[in-house]
Design a protein around this ligand. Structure first.
Ligand code: LRH
Ligand code: MN
Length: 395
């Protein structure tokens, strides 16, 4: 690999930070159950400790996303504890994810529920989450709504949209200048007829109606099979409304599999669209790169390290696309030349340059191998094994 390649890989990796999901370290499952792992994290202490085991060998995961009810069951009472946990683990608290889907009263929705009292309580939880973010110096509050219906005619879709606008605008009033609301869309599940926030257009429309500190979050698993995700990314960038990603991979629906395990070229195409935007505008896209996965079968920490390593490789490959060559081929409608600009970069083995980048930062050349050799899983299995988490919650 020639020097400019090695330098371009190093530049790219130097600016890529990936936020880990606390729930990715816990026992999660599907509606058909959970396969419990003795080493899984049950407490917030263990989630921070496990996140540190991903950040140590990779050096690029300094923050941990927190989920309202799962990580702050006592609300603001948990904030001081989380601050000191973060300090001792060397991992900063990251985005705050309110939980507007597990409480029984959300059966017919949260912000979209016909019951004004339930809408008010949902708004209360979201406002509390923005307050936790402020107290923890976290920039982003990520809003995902399970709201929707299962049968035609059972919901007034336009009325619910108005309630969403009202509640999001009320929430936005709490968000200060260095905070953001990231609005996440999803086409279906758990609702199977209509979902109130089903696609990027609805999220963009609501983000605009919400206020200047609202952006759209793209969860790669939240798309219909044949949707062109990188085109959605290009549009949101063009509108200045792309706030962040929840990365994962899928074969069918919102499978939450590890990034790049099914369609690595998909992630490469997304990264390439972002880098085209940055090259053309000479600006850095203000994007939060986050992971949102549930590791039902793989060891949770190993799966997380594998994900980060894959993301780095695909990001480095995208950094090798010759943007000038691509732009002139596009302008000349030289289809094969344009396509080859992507193929050549994607086909480049960036691993030697990445190993070099890691060694230059006293990081192990192979993070997964280093983690396996650390014996951490064996140690925590001995300490955590024998517990049975019977909680019915997702994580
Ligand atoms: C919904 C979602 C959302 C999280 C949850 C764990 O599918 O992507 O981002 O709150 O997963
Ligand atoms: Mn998500």
């Amino acid at each position: 690999m020639n020097t400019s390649h090695t330098e371009r890989v190093a530049d790219a990796l130097g600016s890529l930070h990936i936020e880990l999901p606390s729930w990715g370290f816990a026992n999660t499952g599907t509606r058909f159950g959970k396969y419990l792992q003795p080493a899984a994290a049950l407490t917030i202490d263990e989630k921070f400790a496990d996140a540190a085991e991903v950040h140590r060998p990779t050096g690029v995961c300094p923050t941990l996303a927190l989920h309202g009810l799962w990580d702050l069951p006592d609300g603001s009472g948990d904030v001081p504890g989380i601050k000191s946990l973060g300090a001792s683990a060397g991992i900063r608290p990251g985005s705050i994810n309110p939980n507007l889907f597990e409480d029984q009263e959300y059966k017919f929705g949260s912000f979209g529920n016909p019951d004004a009292g339930i809408r008010a309580r949902a708004l209360r939880h979201a406002r509390d989450s923005v307050a936790y973010a402020k107290a923890l110096r976290s920039r982003d509050t990520v809003l995902w709504f399970a709201d929707g219906s299962n049968y035609p005619g059972t919901a007034n879709i336009r009325q619910r949209k108005r309630w969403f606008e009202e509640n999001l605008q009320a929430l936005h009033a709490d968000v200060d200048e260095n905070q953001r609301l990231l609005i996440e869309y999803k086409p279906f599940e758990p609702a199977f007829y209509h979902t109130d926030l089903a696609d990027w257009g609805m999220a963009l429309t609501l983000a605009r109606a919400t206020g200047p500190r609202a952006r759209v979050l793209v969860d790669t698993g939240h798309h219909y099979q044949s949707q062109n995700i990188e085109q959605i990314v290009a549009w949101l960038l063009s509108e200045g409304m792309l706030g962040g990603f929840h990365f994962n991979d899928r074969r069918y629906a919102d499978d939450d599999l590890t990034l790049g395990s099914i369609d690595p070229y998909q992630v490469f195409r997304i990264f390439s669209e972002i880098m085209s935007f940055e090259w053309e505008t000479g600006t850095r896209a203000d994007i939060a790169y986050m992971i949102d996965q549930s590791h039902n079968l793989k060891g949770k920490i190993e799966a997380m390290i594998q994900t980060v390593v894959h993301a780095q490789e695909l990001y480095a490959k995208a950094a090798l696309v010759d943007r000038r060559r691509l732009a002139s081929a596009q302008a000349a409608c030289d289809i094969v030349a344009a396509e080859s600009a992507l193929h050549d970069a994607f086909a480049t083995d960036v691993r030697p340059a990445i190993r070099e980048w890691r060694q230059a930062r006293q990081l192990p050349p192979d993070p997964l191998e280093a983690f396996r050799e650390s014996g951490y899983v064996e140690r925590v299995t001995a300490r955590r094994g024998g517990r049975t988490s019977t909680s019915s919650s997702y994580a």
